[in-house]
Design a protein. Structure first.
Lengths: 495, 409
């Protein structure tokens, strides 16, 4: 069976981006995947803007003169400190919503998708909004650039240095956390280094620290200037030179390529292809764009076994729905609540190893929740799920995601004190472009067309069943309700 | 075996519907009722890092009162277990259980290289990994994997919650999260889901044809999970109606959860592990009121639960234990609270305890690690004991290592 350009381009859009957008529906069958990919690359050319969502008060506090800032921070009352923490958490919440919005609306799909990959690869929890903004900027700027540069910038980033305790890594008191994770999770992978390598590398990273403003600083007095031996090389290395040694190892190219293959192509890696890609990635001196081109312009990427073979991550699902059905949420917090309920809240990875992905996304609760979302968006189902508390985020206080403004009536916002929504998510879906895209389709072909647009696998649900549960009182109603029903199937969880 | 008429009808109706049921439910058709002696574990997670030192209080230790000039609980307020040890005043029911020989306390439980992040430390407790390892499955989930090779019984482990914890996720089998058996998946689209589940064609599609080592397509896995979820939901609901408890549980979240657990324990469900959480114990600020509020909720719910089990002759078969991701620092902070610490105590409650009361000494406050307690018992020893001695499972396989057993069972 030969696949149509439409199926292939949808496949490309789901993997190299967050799914086809409603505006693209007309183009999907017009162009070849090669042409489509070229356009995707072009749309991601521009350097991304620095995202700054921090509150003015915090801005003043952190960006003021360093010493005064430090002074002020020390002298804060418990209440002020509480307020600063709250503003930081609010900031990270806003950063989440802002970036999610970019994923939905930006034409730089390839860049945002790769930034999303690096966000999981360089997984980091940090409750300082500026540090998080800084790390996100590093990742978005370098998403399609050079992996070595990306690795070095991440390694000098305040959020990461803090998260991996490198502030405590001193000449006389080495802390190996940073060195260990750089080798295990960022570059070589397990089995390609020894405990001795970790110890020696940790010495090279001593003194790598960040100022209160989040700028990298080399604290000379804490650095171990002695001779180190890392992966068979001996010298008076600093952290940068150790990173270079890690990049010289072929296993770094293989480790990163394999992870990317699983993310972009198939959870079941094809060793021969990974090896071929890793060879070229290594020879091309870690040029990420060339690696992506190798993947997305290959014939095997478009083979049937790779299409519809991936379980969408919660963020891919949530963004993908919005790309197809443009919508405005009354309360953006709902977007965070959904992420949390499905197990992937941006900026809060479970640990430094990132989200495990694949089948790990699915259990009885998350699967049913996923399949209920389309009806929730259509006011037919209510959001009666209470996600678990995340104490790192909340510091013992109630969740802020659904905090009400003081002058809001709890009944009017549809929320209970427990943070549980007790009425449908309020959202306005703009159906106009979507329904219009089917205007030339004859009635008999309508359901088949909708299914082909939304699903990357052959549906196991009979068309009659979809029809039976759809509103057949008119063409537009049918398109809307059938679309939501198809989005409520197990097949829609795949891309 | 004597079968009450009501139960007989239940089984009968399951059997007639069996054509629609996946094979794991069919397994119940010919099965006899769960006999007395069927051991059950109830895990009560105290989320947020409960302050162990104000839970089990060293009432004669000057170092304790010195480190906590305002937060320390005075000897005359504590519920004295011995001359040296008192319980938090909000735990009167636990004191009764102690007097009754139904409560054990393990002090200084933790693990090497403790992590002070809630999420990470909770991960370590859930997965039972070393603190340098990142595992994607939980210890109860791996118990399911080991117990149930070749069959699918996600109801062997039930979490009373909307969301399933990592602890209950195995590689092949995952437990099921249920907040309210009556509601379960009673959603606007429930009928649609049931129809999809019933009518979908199992013929593999040509697309998405990538198969894993088991020859399974991703869609197979999703449909399997869906089928299990829907039938488990029905099964749990049926079971919960079989012998609903008559006891008067407090109308709190935990009270409702314990009521659900009791009703299921009295039914013939195959559940071996129940999981429920209470929180948040993250008491950085004004600890006393927050801990007291949560302890009152815990005390009142557990008290009724134990009484209920006793009245139904099941207390000897049930082992409830508590844990928290970490304890708190010995010294109080400037906001009448405590910050993240390390080792902590665990409560064990059962009519079948071999070792009662205080199992080991209180933590040594003179021997601290930068202001934190040193752990004396690895929590994985507790897991190994429960798995091996209570659930008769292969703990070595489940925990990927042989841990020594404790003697409380």
């Amino acid at each position: 069976m030969s696949l149509t350009n439409q199926t292939k381009n949808q496949h490309l859009m789901w993997r190299a981006g967050f799914g086809p957008a409603v505006e693209q529906l007309g183009d999907l069958s017009k162009y070849s995947p090669k042409q489509f990919y070229k356009a995707l690359v072009k749309a991601s050319d521009k350097k991304p803007e620095y995202i700054n969502v921090a509150d003015d008060y915090l801005q003043g506090l952190y960006m003021g003169i360093e010493e005064i800032g430090r002074q002020q921070k020390k002298e804060m009352t418990p209440d002020e400190r509480k307020m600063v923490q709250q503003k930081n958490r609010d900031g990270i919440r806003n950063l989440n919503v802002y970036w999610l919005h970019e994923m939905v609306n930006s034409s730089a799909q390839l860049r945002e998708k790769m930034a999303f990959f690096w966000h999981g690869h360089f997984a980091c929890r940090n409750l300082n909004i500026f540090f998080q903004q800084g790390l996100l900027d590093v990742i978005r700027r370098n998403a399609l650039g050079n992996f070595g540069t990306l690795l070095k910038e991440v390694s000098k980033n305040a959020a990461m240095l803090n998260f991996l305790n490198n502030q405590q890594n001193r000449k006389d008191h080495p802390n190996e956390n940073f060195a260990r994770e750089v080798m295990e999770l960022f570059t070589l992978g397990r089995g390609n280094y020894t405990e001795h390598d970790v110890k020696e590398a940790a010495r090279a990273f001593t003194g790598w620290s960040a100022t209160i403003k989040g700028e990298y600083i080399f604290r000379k007095g804490q650095h171990d200037f002695g001779t180190k031996t890392v992966l068979g090389k001996t010298g008076n290395f600093d952290g940068g030179e150790v990173l270079d040694i890690l990049l010289q190892q072929k296993s770094t190219a293989t480790f990163v390529t394999k992870k990317l293959y699983k993310f972009l192509v198939n959870e079941q890696p094809d060793d021969a292809k990974v090896e071929w890609l890793a060879d070229r990635f290594y020879k091309n001196e870690y040029d990420i764009s060339k690696l992506l081109e190798d993947i997305f312009t290959s014939d095997w990427f478009y083979e049937e076994k790779n299409i519809g073979a991936k379980i969408k991550s919660p963020v891919e699902l949530l963004v993908g729905i919005q790309r197809m059905l443009p919508m405005k949420f009354e309360r953006d917090e709902v977007l965070l609540l959904i992420q949390r309920s499905l197990g992937q809240l941006l900026f809060y990875p479970p640990n430094v190893a990132g989200w495990p992905g694949g089948k790990n996304w699915i259990d009885s609760s998350t699967l049913m929740m996923r399949m209920r979302i389309p009806q929730m968006l259509d006011d037919k189902d209510e959001f009666n799920i209470k996600p678990k508390d995340d104490d790192d985020q909340m510091m013992g206080r109630p969740s802020t995601e659904l905090r009400m403004n003081k002058n809001e009536d709890p009944k009017a916002t549809g929320m209970k004190a427990s943070g549980r929504l007790n009425r449908p998510i309020q959202v306005n879906i703009d159906w106009s472009l979507y329904t219009k895209s089917y205007e030339s389709i004859v009635r008999e072909s309508l359901l088949g067309n909708i299914t082909g647009t939304l699903l990357q696998v052959k549906s196991r649900v009979s068309p009659n069943l979809i029809k039976q549960f759809s509103d057949q009182t008119g063409r537009e109603n049918f398109i809307k309700t059938a679309t939501l029903q198809i989005m409520s199937t197990p097949e829609y969880q795949l891309c | 075996m004597y079968i009450k008429r009501k139960e007989f009808i239940q089984i009968g109706s399951l059997a007639t519907a069996s054509m629609l049921l996946p094979k794991f439910l069919k397994a119940f058709e010919g099965q006899t009722m769960v006999p007395m002696g069927n051991k059950v574990v109830v895990i009560l997670q105290l989320s947020g890092g409960n302050d162990g030192l104000n839970t089990v209080i060293p009432v004669r230790n000057d170092l304790y009162y010195k480190a906590r000039p305002r937060l320390g609980i005075a000897k005359d307020k504590a519920l004295l277990l011995t001359d040296e040890v008192g319980l938090n005043p909000a735990l009167a029911g636990f004191k009764e259980l102690y007097d009754d020989g139904s409560l054990s306390i393990i002090n200084s439980v933790g693990y090497p290289n403790p992590d002070r992040s809630h999420f990470r430390s909770m991960d370590i407790w859930h997965t039972a990994s070393q603190s340098s390892e990142y595992w994607n499955n939980g210890w109860v989930g791996r118990y399911l994997d080991a117990q149930c090779k070749g069959c699918d019984k996600p109801t062997q482990a039930i979490e009373i919650d909307d969301i399933l914890s990592l602890a209950l996720k195995g590689d092949n089998i995952k437990g099921i999260a249920v907040k309210d058996p009556r509601r379960l998946y009673g959603t606007a689209n429930e009928k649609f889901f049931k129809e999809v589940n019933k009518s979908h064609t199992l013929a593999g599609s040509s697309l998405g044809g990538g198969r894993d080592e088991k020859g399974e397509q991703p869609a197979d896995y999703l449909y399997k999970t869906m089928a299990e979820t829907l039938s488990s939901a029905d099964y749990i609901f049926q079971q919960s109606k079989m012998h609903p408890t008559k006891a008067d549980y407090p109308k709190t979240d935990l009270g409702n959860s314990m009521k659900t657990i009791a009703s299921l324990i009295f039914s013939e469900i195959n559940t071996k592990v129940y999981y429920v959480s209470l929180g948040s114990f993250d008491t950085h600020i004004n600890q006393e009121a927050q801990q007291q509020r949560l302890f009152t909720e815990m005390n009142d719910a557990v008290k009724v639960f134990v009484k209920d089990l006793k009245a139904n002759n099941r207390f000897d078969d049930v082992m409830l234990f508590t844990f928290s991701e970490f304890g708190r620092r010995v010294a109080q902070n400037a906001s009448n609270g405590t910050d993240h610490g390390t080792a902590n105590n665990m409560f064990l409650i059962s009519g079948g305890l071999k070792q009662k009361g205080l199992i080991n000494p209180l933590p040594d406050l003179a021997d601290l690690d930068e202001g934190d307690l040193k752990y004396k018992v690895d929590f994985k020893n507790v897991y190994a004991t429960v798995l091996n001695k209570w659930l008769k499972a292969n703990d070595k396989e489940i925990l990927a290592k042989q841990y020594d057993y404790l003697n409380f069972i």
